[in-house]
Ligand binder design. Structure first.
Ligand SMILES: C[S@@+](CC[C@H](N)C(=O)[O-])C[C@H]1O[C@@H](n2cnc3c(N)ncnc32)[C@H](O)[C@@H]1O
Length: 329
């Protein structure tokens, strides 16, 4: 009897632990289908279902859940509106909606984590489809920019940096922020994903000191050396067995006393262990993505390639995200 009670209690505990997931799921659906936009002003379920051409039964259920979670409220008998809108992701049309993070979590991280049983059983990994997800991934990295940029700015000032190479530059957010402050310094961004590189080229058109090259950094051979090289949120794209060669390349492409700036989540970090281990679990389901580095690994690579570790600072502590700065000896 006691054993049975314990089982029920355990099941209840797991159910309760899962409640926070409901909030993320609800917000994700609302973001993806722009439903929070539809209910910004009081509207009926039928109106929204018709105007958005979506299934009414499921919309009704999503609304029910939203009311229990206080994402939505009844404005009148038949009309629903958003409640606590400031907490919810803003529209997809906005450049910096927190919804992109929900999208990445729900469409990429959760499915990858759920595939563990079959991957374990079949001794396989899946393939990361960058055509499908490359743009979402590049966008979520943008959310970090605000936190990380002040560190980069400090490095620019401290070393009076006069040229910058951004490897895996995504949509070029760091270069744009830099160019706003330093319109005369030479800057180059390398991005392998065609659509992402196009976005960057489009966004950076007004800056004639920035060049975005749509190419694989592994085949890149710059004509000039640079004063600063960045590799932000890139290490999980580099096979650990190729990281030493990558550090060597960075050293070659830097001039005397050049600076290597890296932004990355780190494994087994002092801060944000839960998040970084979950992140790593996600990366490791893919044959073409790799484990995030550990601090020890980065320090060893730096030592082997003639870099001095200048600083290792947390950017988002709870996420285990760090800015690392190395200087050529
Ligand atoms: C997570 S995003 C980060 C973007 C940007 N650095 C940031 O921190 O906001 C990593 C980017 O690196 C690009 N990338 C990955 N492997 C690459 C390679 N071998 N050569 C050039 N770009 C690469 C990906 O396409 C992706 O856009």
């Amino acid at each position: 009897m006691i054993a049975e009670m314990a089982k029920v209690w355990r099941a209840r505990t797991w159910m309760k632990k899962n409640v926070p997931f409901l909030y993320s799921w609800h917000a994700y659906v609302g973001y993806e289908l722009e439903l929070f936009e539809s209910f910004k002003k009081p509207a009926s379920i039928q109106e929204v279902a018709l105007s958005r051409n979506i299934e009414m039964d499921l919309l009704e259920q999503w609304v029910e859940v939203g009311i229990t979670l206080k994402h939505l409220k009844r404005a009148s008998k038949d009309r629903i509106r958003v409640k606590n809108g400031w907490k919810l992701p803003s529209s997809k049309t906005e450049a910096f909606s927190s919804g992109v993070l929900l999208k990445e979590m729900m469409e990429l991280h959760i499915p990858a984590l759920l595939s563990y049983p079959s991957l374990l059983r079949n001794h396989t990994k899946q393939s990361f489809n960058s055509e499908l997800h490359g743009s979402t991934v590049a966008k979520t990295s943008i959310l970090l920019e605000r936190f990380a940029f002040p560190k980069l700015q400090k490095v620019m000032k401290k070393y009076k940096v006069d040229s910058v190479l951004d490897l895996g530059c995504g949509e070029g957010g760091y270069l744009r922020r830099l160019a706003d402050r330093y319109p005369k310094k030479r800057m180059v961004g390398i991005e392998i994903h065609e659509a992402v590189a196009k976005e960057a080229q489009e966004a950076l058109k007004p800056y004639d000191n920035i060049e975005i090259k749509n190419r694989d950094l592994h085949g890149y051979d710059p004509e000039f050396t640079f004063h600063l090289i960045m590799a932000n949120n890139l290490f999980h794209y580099i096979d650990p067995s190729e990281r030493l060669a990558f550090f060597k390349k960075a050293s070659q492409w830097l001039g005397d006393k050049g600076v290597f700036f890296v932004l990355t989540p780190m494994q087994k970090s002092k801060h944000g262990k839960q998040f970084s281990s979950a992140f790593n679990s996600f990366f490791m389901t893919f044959e073409n993505l790799y484990p995030i580095p550990s601090q020890k690994e980065m320090e060893t690579l730096a030592k082997k390639t003639g870099f001095k570790v200048v600083s290792i600072d947390p950017i988002v502590k709870e996420g285990g995200w760090y800015a690392l700065c190395f200087k050529k000896k």
